[in-house]
Design a protein around this ligand. Structure first.
Ligand code: SDX
Length: 392
């Protein structure tokens, strides 16, 4: 057993690294990126500024931000052959699977993103990914909906360009309500990093083998896809729609969530670290009210969500286990109001999380961390002689 006597399932009590990027205090519901409070960044910064802050550690000057954006624009196209890969997927393919494949395939088109040892090599790979990822996100969605692809517009800011590539209408000038861009920008900031969560830990351990940036991010996309992690934002809306279709009886579903025999979980509730309100959920809940009001949208499932939250906060089972709404509980209501299809919700989480994954991958490489290779406590058979077929 290599001298080990205890293991830590789910790494509930294991620290995997030292990091200077994101600070969480689960008891007090605090989240800071490089020391800046998430509340300030969500209110006052742009997603591109937060991308720069997470990766390089400081809020950019005007000049630094302009250069960073220009370097990204140099890379905001993908090899035309990517269309052949996109069209090769069945329409039933989940966008997260398509995106994980395309991101990893980028290495095939950009092999220089594998052996990145110098800071300059890393920077080049990073701006390549930040340029190409929004294109892959938009093209994945449009291909699934059999819509013509949009190549973006360099005169737009980073989030507007993503939105244009996703939603522009052929043969008509691209226009968008600033409410939508502001909401999207805020949501992407709120999802940008979250220290050593499941998908970020995946990016770090894959990156520790020097598999390269794109392959590491591709692995992170697959980890994020799970309904216990980023896939929860899609699962929340499906759950809320199910409750609505079943007459909106939230008490019945609260009972199911507490019934150990019933596999049903209240999706969007609970968190490994936050034993208080997830600060992101608070901001998103308010943004959901604001966006729906500004866009004049009534969404019945928002009332159901608020009803569930109210009941849970007064329910002994939930209170005892310190289960509060997390980042995924209200985000889908905004994505839906922005016209994003539900199967793309987790892709939007990935779009937001890419800067955090990049920052954590870069920190791990710059600190020259060793390849991740934990041990185990062996509980299998002791040594035994081979059995011939006739003896089995
Ligand atoms: C994200 O790690 C991160 O930072 C993730 C994330 C990020 O930004 O990267 O914040 C994003 O993934 C948010 C979480 C999204 N997932 C969900 O909303 C799915 C529903 N939530 C649960 O599956 C759960 O709460 C987790 C996965 C979020 C946390 O799981 P843990 O820490 O392993 O907790 P657990 O499953 O051991 O639960 C502890 C107790 C159990 O009851 P007991 O065995 O003690 O009696 O709480 C219960 C659980 O049954 N419980 C729930 C519940 N979540 C936990 N019961 C009903 N509904 C729930 N949602």
């Amino acid at each position: 057993t290599g001298g080990l006597t205890t293991i830590d399932p789910g790494f509930k009590n294991t620290g995997s690294c030292e990091s200077a990027i994101t600070f969480l205090n689960g008891e007090e519901g605090i989240l800071r990126y490089r020391g800046y409070a998430i509340e300030d960044l969500a209110e006052k910064a742009s997603f591109l500024e937060v991308i720069y802050l997470l990766i390089f550690g400081e809020l950019p000057t005007e000049e630094q931000l302009t250069k960073f954006h220009n370097d990204i624009k140099e890379e905001n196209h993908v090899d035309e052959d990517v269309k052949k890969i996109l069209n090769g997927f069945p329409k039933s393919a989940h966008p997260m699977g398509v995106l994980a494949s395309l991101t990893s395939a980028l290495t095939a088109f950009n092999p220089d993103a594998v052996n990145v040892d110098s800071e300059e090599d890393m920077y080049n790979a990073i701006v390549k990914l930040l340029g190409k990822f929004p294109v892959l996100v938009a093209w994945t969605m449009r291909t699934k909906k059999s819509k013509p692809l949009d190549y973006g517009d360099d005169s737009l800011n980073y989030v507007e360009n993503l939105h244009k590539m996703m939603f522009s209408k052929p043969n008509s000038e691209y226009k968008v309500d600033s409410t939508i861009i502001e909401a999207l920008d805020k949501l992407l900031i709120l999802h940008a990093d979250h220290e050593q969560n499941c998908s970020t830990s995946t990016v770090r351990i894959v990156g520790s083998s020097h598999a390269g940036l794109f392959a590491s991010i591709s692995a992170g996309i697959s980890a994020l896809w799970g309904p216990l992690h980023g896939g929860a934002n899609q699962a929340v809306i499906e759950m809320l729609e199910g409750i609505k279709a079943d007459g909106g009886d939230t008490k019945k579903y609260m009972a199911k969530a507490k019934d150990k025999e019933d596999p049903f979980r209240l999706m969007g509730f609970g968190h490994r670290v936050y034993k208080n309100f997830d600060p992101r959920a608070k901001i998103i809940k308010k943004a959901a009210d604001d966006v729906l009001e500004q866009l004049g949208i009534e969404d019945e499932v928002l009332a159901i969500a608020k009803g569930l939250e109210k009941e849970a906060l007064e329910d002994e089972y939930f209170v005892k286990r310190k289960l509060y709404p997390n980042v995924d509980f209200y985000s889908g209501i905004i994505y839906r109001a922005l016209g994003i299809p539900v199967e793309m919700f987790t892709v939007m989480f990935a779009m937001g999380r890419v800067p955090g994954w990049i920052a954590q991958w870069r920190e791990m490489r710059l600190r020259k961390e060793p390849i991740g290779r934990p041990r185990q406590v062996y509980i299998g058979e002791t040594h035994r002689p081979f059995k011939a077929m006739s003896e089995r």
